[in-house]
Design a protein around this ligand. Sequence first.
Ligand code: AHR
Length: 669
Amino acid sequence: MIRYCQLTTFVIGSIFFSANTFSQTKNISPAGSRMISSDIFGLFFEDINYAADGGLYAELVQNRSFEYSPTDNKQWQALSFWEYITPGFSYGSLQIETNTPVHPNNPHYAVLNSEHVGTVPQQNNGQPLPSSITTGRPGVGIKNPGFGNIITKKGERFHVAFFAKQLSVQPVDLFVSLQDPKGNILAEQKLTIDKKEWNKYTATLSVTAGHDSTQVVLLATSKGKIALDVISVFPEHTFKNRPNGLRADLAQLLADMKPSFIRFPGGCLVHGDGLGNMYRWKTTIGPIEQRTEQKNIWGYHQTVGLGYYEYFQFCEDIGAKPLPVLPAAVSCQNSGGTWRIGGTGQRAIPLEEMQEYIQEVLDLIEWANGPVTSTWGAKRAAAGHPAPFNLQYVGIGNEDKITPEFEQRFTMINNAVKAKYPNIILVGTSGPFHSGEDFEKGWAVANQLKVDVIDEHYYVQPEWLISNQYRYDKYNRNASKVYLGEYASWGNKLYNAIAEGLYMTGLERNGDVVSMASYAPLLAKDQFTQWKTDMIFFSNSTYYLTPNYYVQKLFSTNAGDHYVDKVIVKNNADSLQAGSCVYDSKTGDIILKLVNAGKQARQFQLNLAAFKKTASVATVTQLSGDADAENSFRSANAVAPVTSTINVSKKFNYESPAMSLTVIRIKTK
Ligand code: AHR
C-alpha cells in the first residue's frame, strides 16, 4: 500500500508546525528530537447519550418549544413532558396549535385557556385536608419535570424566559414558579400576559427551599386565553456565566483537560438519519426561537440550543481550536435502520443542489473568520462576537461509506474549500473501521486529492491497541496527516484505559503524522446511555470520571511539541511496556509517559543526555491499580491519579507498578 513506508526520515508537513518552534528549543539537541503536532490531544463531542440536551447544555426544561414528535421517539408528541394542571378545582383547556408560530422554524406552540380559577380548599366538612391538596395556588397551567429531574438548592437563582401572547380580550395573570412535587412553591414571580403579539417575558426566580424533583410551573390565575412557546429555565450560574450557556461543572471538567481542539457536533449526528436529518449549521445559529429543532439520530430530540455559536464560544472560552464537522452531502449509510429490512441507506444531495450546499460550507468559514462587513461575519457579530473565531480546521464527512456518490461530492467540497480558503486545514474521512474496504477507499480518495488530514475511527478490544501500538510508525510521512477522530477500547476498566494510554504513546511518537486524536464518546447521562463505554458519566446532580478520562487528561495536559527519541530505554520485546518522551518548548518541560499494561512491575531506564539543564526534582503523576477497577456513581474515586515528587538525575531508573500510567515532568528552565 502506498500509505506505508519505513520510518527513516521525518518530513515536516506544513500543517501543524510553527515556523519559530526551533528557535524556542535551545534546551534540546536537535539531533535527538523532532517536531510533533501541538494540537494532538483534543475532544470529540457528540449529542449522544443526552450529552447536549439534558447534559452539557444547561437548559432545564424538556421539550421547551413543544417540538417533540413521534419522529424523535414513537412515544412522544408535542405535549410530552408537559402536564396539564388545574389546582383548586379550576378548569380550562390546553392544546397545541401551529397557525401563527413565534417563527416558522418553530411551528408548534401551546394554547392555554383558563376558563375558571377555583380556590384551594383548606377543609372538608370541618376536617383539615392533607397538605397535598391545601398547598399551592389555584389556576390553570402546565408543568414540566425537566430531563429526569430538576435539582434546586436554597439560595440558587434561575433565569426564566418564554414567549407568550394574549389571545383573549383581557390580559391574563401568569405565575411562573418552581415547585416541589406536592405543589409547594420554592420560588415564583407573577407576570401579566398583556401583548397581543408574541412577546418575550422574563423572570428571575430565587429559591427559598430546594428540592431534588423540582418542577417548572406556568399557572394562569385569572380567566383568559394565552399562547406559550420556548419556555426556558437556566441556572443563573452557567459556565463563564454565558447566557444560553453550559452546565458549569461538566464544562469545567472538559476545560480541565486543556484540549487542543474540540470536534463537534458528532459523530453520526453529523450525517444524520436520511438527508432531511443532516446537521445543517445555519439552522443552529441565531435566537433560539428561530433555530430548527429536529430528531436526534440516537433516538431523541435536538433543540440545537447548543448550536454552532455556542460550540465556537465554548472552544474559545477554554482555549481549544474548533473543529466543526459538516456532512459530505451524504446521509449516514445506516439511515432508516439499514441493518433492519427496509432501511434507506446512504442518500446523497442531488448534484443540481450541490452548489448551494458547497456555498453552505464556504459560508461557515466566512461566518467564523470573515470581517464584520461580510454577510456571514455580520451574523456572527450580531450574535455578540465581532472578532473572528480563527477557524483553522473543517471536517467534511463522518465515517461515511465511500461510494461513488460520496467521492464525487466530497471532491467537489474539498476543491471548493481549498480554492477559496487554501489555509483552512480540511479533514476527510476513511469510514468506520481501522481497515477494510471503506478505509482503503477513503485513503485512496485522500491520496488522490492530497487531502490535508484524514479522520480514522475504531472501537476495539484493548488487546488490539496493544498489538497495534506501532501502527503509525509505518505510515507514509509524505501523505495526508491522520486525525484519529474516534477511538476507544471497549470498556471503562483501568485495563482499558491503560491500553489506551499505551497506544497513545505511539500516537505521540508519531506526532509528525498523527496531527490530532480524540477519544469517543465523551459524555453519557446515567439511564440515558446509547453507547456503553464513554469518558464521563453524569446525572443531573453529579458525575464520575472514568479511568479513561484520567488517561486522556494526563496526555492532554502533558503534551509537548517535540518528540525526543532514545530517552526511554525499555524491553522492546515486551508489548505491555511502552513509553514516550516529549518536550514542551513553551514551558521548557521534559515529559515522560511510562505505561505498564502488565500484572508485574516493569523497569524503565531514563537518559536525559539530550537536554542541557535538567532539574533534580520531578513531579510524578500516576494512575494505577487493579486491572478490573472502575469508577461508578457509588465509588467515584476508586481509580484516580496520585501526584508526588521524585529525585531525578541525567540517568535514572524507574520501576513502574503493574497496570499503570506514570507521567514524569522535569523542568529544564
Ligand atoms: O461515538 C459514537 C459513534 O460511533 C459516532 O457517532 C459514530 O461516528 C461512530 O460510529
